[in-house]
Write a new protein. Structure first.
Length: 368
């Protein structure tokens, strides 16, 4: 069986890594990585291939940035050529980025079966580009691999056949648990952020990049005001996404000196920081889940989440992106996780099947 495994943007690389690794034990399986080049900077892409022990991709499509239509179109044109050349039996797409959408459409129109990993998640917010990508990809996929029960419910409600939907756990958590072990063998003193961490026993870790949070000056200003207030209590470590860096500069917004900003981090360096944070502030989808898996308190700067299990069984609190909501959630966080009383409030992960074996389960289902 020949499979193309597609990744394009930063949150995809950690999801394909366990699938690629688990594929190696199957003799009759040829698994080729296709990197669409949606993310192309070293810090957004290559460092992840290194940290995640991924080989050079078999195909690199150099799609690059641009408007949604330009980016999606460039991925589609390039990926069609790859599919025609390779004639795969199956295309695997992960997550909800533009590359996920582009490659699933191309494969399906060439009558190649499509498996969607992380299927069925819904924020019900169509102002999010990812929600459109999720819905369209799920409308044409053949296999749906689901991370949490809400995904199962959404897909069945949308009329998918029970035989095509599989609750397998989460490949991103497979990767996380693998990397937690790898980090133990790592010389962390070589990390650029090691000195910063050693100076601050208690800190918050922060990521933010969503257009809804960073593209509008009033919203971004309001969020930064809150961060500056939180930074009066605790230092904040903030690896800044290129989109956010651009907007902070454009709107001339100033962050408190107690917020340490640096460029995007590799997977391990980032994990090294957030797993020991008092709590994480984020608008990322992945970090809501990863913090839940390791029991780290998480405050999400969004009005909704397509990952409700992180609130029901995990450590996530939805704060929204308006100052009042953020400060209220910060107060709630302090209370529920005893922030400020020396406790880091770690909890055990209670999410079913987030046990590091999702990739294995997926291959068992897909292979004849
Ligand atoms: C994309 C995904 C989002 C994901 C995020 C993680 C979509 C619709 N969005 O958003 O779901 O959470 O990745 O990072 O697919 N840029 C660089 N270097 C790069 C890549 C981008 O400087 O390697 C700059 C671009 O010029 C652009 C900005 O960052 O101005 C945004 O990049 P883009 O790929 O459009 O979307 P993301 O916001 O990263």
């Amino acid at each position: 069986m020949k499979v193309l495994l597609v990744a394009g943007a930063r949150p995809n690389f950690m999801k394909i890594a366990p699938l690629y690794r688990a594929a190696q034990v199957h003799e009759n399986l040829e698994c080729l990585i296709v990197h669409t080049g949606q993310h192309y900077d070293y810090a957004m892409s290559q460092t992840f291939f290194d940290d995640l022990e991924l080989p050079e991709p078999a195909h690199f499509l150099e799609a690059g940035s641009g408007s949604h239509a330009e980016q999606t179109a460039r991925v589609m044109v390039a990926f069609e050529k790859v599919c025609i050349k390779e004639e795969p039996d199956l295309v695997i797409v992960v997550g909800d980025v533009n590359s996920t959408l582009a490659c699933s459409i191309v494969a399906k129109k060439l009558l190649i079966k499509v498996a969607h990993i992380e299927a069925g998640l819904r924020s019900f917010d169509l102002t999010m580009p990812e929600e459109i990508n999720r819905m369209v990809t799920d409308s044409i996929s053949d296999y749906f691999f689901v991370t949490e029960s809400s995904g199962l419910e959404n897909l069945l409600r949308e009329g998918k056949s029970e035989e095509a939907v599989f609750l397998v756990g989460h490949v991103m958590i497979d990767n996380l648990l693998h990397q937690v072990e790898k980090l133990k063998e790592c010389d962390t003193s070589a990390f650029a952020v090691a000195e910063l961490k050693s100076k601050h026993p208690q800190y918050f870790f922060m990521t933010m990049h969503r257009p809804a949070n960073v593209d509008d000056p009033e919203t971004l200003n309001g969020i930064v005001d809150c961060l500056n207030r939180i930074a009066e209590d605790y230092p904040i470590f903030f690896p800044v996404h290129p989109r956010t860096a651009k907007m902070l500069k454009q709107f001339k917004i100033k962050l408190s000196d107690n917020i340490s900003c640096f460029g995007p981090l590799g997977f391990r360096e980032s994990l090294y920081l957030w797993r020991d944070a008092i709590a994480v502030l984020t608008d990322s989808g992945g970090l809501q889940e990863e913090t839940t898996a390791l029991g780290i308190p998480c405050l999400t700067l969004r009005e909704n989440t397509e990952r409700p299990i992180t609130i029901e069984l995990g450590t996530n609190i939805l704060a929204g992106n308006q100052p009042e909501g953020i400060m209220k959630a910060y107060a709630q966080l302090s209370e529920s996780f005893a922030v400020g009383e020396g406790s880091t409030g770690r909890r055990e992960c209670k999410v079913p099947k987030w046990d590091g074996r999702a990739a294995e389960r997926i291959w068992q289902i897909l292979l004849p």
